[in-house]
Design a protein around this ligand. Structure first.
Ligand code: AMP
Ligand code: GLY
Length: 432
């Protein structure tokens, strides 16, 4: 069996999980993670490379004979890392897991995504798009709009570009601020959307731009506080599968959303090899698309990958040889839950460099690192001290026969993880 050398870009819990999953494959040769974190070091080699420095990434791939490049976060995709590889003859053969820029626009531009959904008749909230030139028209549209109103900065805004406004005054003030550059260039266009009242879930599709497979579905918890209150974060926990997503709803998702999305990607001739993460909301038993992402979710990956029984590299390689449609996805029937431990103060200001003490991991449990690193590695044999280096620190994942016992396991593990200022939500899954 031939081995593949892999470079994975990113440094979060998603990347530790993807690295862990890939290193389980017999086809995994050298696995590098750039820049990685304290956990990725256990399953591969961390390298100091900026994922946004495409020529440095390309040079590294040539030096290390990399044949699979996995792009964890969205920013390099939206900025064109895959196009960079395609356009360079020496790199054109590297299998890139992630779309070229046109496909990445599904995440990189909310207006582009809405136009795509309208064109391919994919159910989503009704919307209008405004720019500084149509500011006054936008305000009068807002004055006549039902409440609440959803405003979205068009471009990438680090998860902060969506504002749900309870009053017309708030909406107009937010609209002005977005057009005036609150989110920089990302707000040069603003999408004004109808509010959908329902419960959210996420579907992950692995595609070669024509055929696809659906991975285990998941639900994440974005708010910092219990009961889904307080500020938005990168994600405080996740569960897979999602109990309310039954076969009837899933068939609607496939017929109304996944098939037309992949058909649209094919019809637009997008160069798309990788994940489509579809954020959905169920309203009255029907699925509507909230957003597309061109990568895996974090912390959804921490529950999706542990349930995926397939060799992930087999799936990736089948994207290259056109056989993804023939693959059969096998899932662990158990429920996986992830509880994320964060730094005190997150998503606002927080301190770093706190010493971390991790518990022994029992059967059915996994710890995925995000904001961690090793410092003061004394000798070549010692890794040094593990300390916090970010807002989200580690995720405690547990697999169990039912959701309640999985959550009990994740919460117990989160309890035993020690560092100054640790905080986690003990109520992940509360609404299921
Ligand atoms: P996004 O950045 O597009 O994921 O949006 C962030 C969050 O805003 C979503 O996860 C939803 O909770 C919420 N949201 C976005 N669009 C809508 C909408 N049209 N109706 C209700 N909630 C929404
Ligand atoms: N958990 C949501 C995201 O990764 O965008």
């Amino acid at each position: 069996m031939s081995k593949h050398n892999i470079l994975l870009l990113g440094s979060g819990g998603r990347e530790h999980t993807l690295a862990w999953k890939m290193h389980l494959s017999e086809q995994c040769g050298s696995l590098y993670i750039a820049p990685g974190n304290g956990g990725t070091q256990d399953v591969g080699t961390n390298v100091t490379l900026d994922p946004m420095d495409f020529s440095a990434v390309g040079k590294f791939c040539l030096e290390k004979d990399i044949d699979i490049l996995v792009i964890g976060p969205e920013a390099p995709l939206v900025e064109g890392i895959v196009d960079h590889f395609r356009e360079n003859p020496a790199l054109a053969n590297v299998l890139c897991i992630g779309p070229a820029t046109q496909g990445a626009m599904l995440e990189g531009s909310k207006a582009f995504a809405k136009e795509f959904m309208a064109k391919y008749d994919i159910p989503t909230a009704g919307y209008r798009k405004f720019t500084p030139e149509t500011r006054e028209e936008g305000k009068s549209y807002l004055r006549n709009h039902d409440l609440p109103i959803v405003l979205k900065a068009d471009g990438l805004a680090a998860g902060k570009g969506v504002v749900i406004c309870a009053s017309t005054e708030e909406a107009i003030s937010e609209f002005d601020q977005m057009l005036d550059g609150k989110f920089g260039a990302a707000g040069a266009k603003v999408v004004v959307e109808e509010f959908l009242d329902g419960i959210e879930f996420s579907v992950f599709v692995l595609t070669d731009g024509k055929d696809y497979q659906i991975l285990p579905i998941a639900k994440d918890y974005k708010r910092i506080g219990e009961g889904d209150t307080g500020l938005n974060t990168g994600g405080m926990g996740s569960v897979s599968p999602v109990p309310f997503v039954d076969n009837v709803l899933m068939q609607k998702v496939i017929d109304r959303v996944v098939d037309p999305t992949i058909n649209g990607i094919a019809a637009e001739r997008m160069d798309y090899t990788g994940f489509v993460f579809i954020g959905l909301i169920m309203v009255g038993g029907d699925p509507f698309v909230i957003e597309y992402n061109c990568r895996m979710g974090d912390p959804e990956t921490q529950v999706v990958m542990p349930r995926l029984k397939n060799d992930l590299l087999d799936l990736f390689l089948s994207l290259k040889d056109g056989t993804i449609g023939d693959q059969k996805i096998e899932m662990d029937p158990r429920t996986a839950t992830a509880v994320v431990c964060v730094s005190g103060g997150y998503p606002g200001l927080y301190e770093k460099g706190k010493s971390i003490n991790l518990p022994e991991i029992s059967e059915g449990s996994l710890i995925f690192h995000a904001g961690t690193k090793f410092v003061d590695a004394g000798t070549n044999f010692a890794k040094g001290e593990l300390v916090t280096s970010g807002g989200r620190v580690v995720a405690a994942t547990t697999l169990s026969t039912d959701m309640q016992s999985a959550l009990a396991g994740s919460n117990a593990m989160a309890d035993q993880i020690r560092y100054d200022g640790k905080y986690f939500r003990p109520d992940i899954g509360f609404d299921l």
